[in-house]
Design a protein around this ligand. Sequence first.
Ligand SMILES: [Fe+2]
Length: 286
Amino acid sequence: MKRFKLVTPVQIMLGFIFASARFLWTEDKHIGTTHYTYRSNKIPKSFDGYKIVQVSDFHNAYFGRRSKHLLRAVAQAEPDVIVITGDIVDRRTPYLKRAAVFIEQITKIQQTYYVTGNHEAHYKHFNKLYEVIGRSDIRNLTKHSAVLERNGEKINLAGINDVWFFGDEENPKTYRSFYNELKNTVNDLPNRMTVLLAHRPELLSMYSDTDADLVFTGHAHGGQIRLPVVKGLYAPHQGVNPKYTQGMHENNGTTMIVSRGLGNSRFPFRVFNHPEVVVVELKTER
Ligand SMILES: [Fe+2]
């Protein structure tokens, strides 16, 4: 006769804890790549099929030794250019080494451009981070705009610091200064297609009030927990049931991409919301 061993409540509890931990780890570390196509008659013919790969909100997260899983995902996307839209560090953690290695390695894949997020604005080791960025081949767009060029045809590439670099966010003057600099930076560029890097998606109405055609943002972390009806549950500066947590959005002729990002901050989990590498392919429309 077969003997059945009873499972004790402690074993059930341990099994539940193990399964939950494994689920959360997978949700947090399994990188997905999302592909979008951006069509416009402002895209020069030479840029037809050009791939912009976006990495956002790294937050010093672990993606294998020396970020190898993330770097592999970026390389597999075969970028023509890479853009980083802020929060490369998390202001609460001091692991600058991980961010430094990531910065050094990603530029080996393709030319990389960067703008700050709110976490850089309040980062204790900000000067050290800027030294690392300064030594690297990353081009910091918060200082100078750039030009992407193919066969003599050009696209503007602009960027702006996060709002927190402009002052206390409770003070309306801060947003006015941000808006003024944004407008001056973008609208002073030569009259051609303009791509803008900016950290926050909730400021779409400001971006679309400039000559920016295509904007890359992050910051919302996909709403942290994604459920079928609610989509993203919560995002910083948008609160509960946020509007901009991922995807492609259009306003007044400006298209905004929102990356779900890679790492976490105060809320330490992602649920049904895998870390994301974004690929935008440009298609010339005639
Ligand atoms: Fe952020």
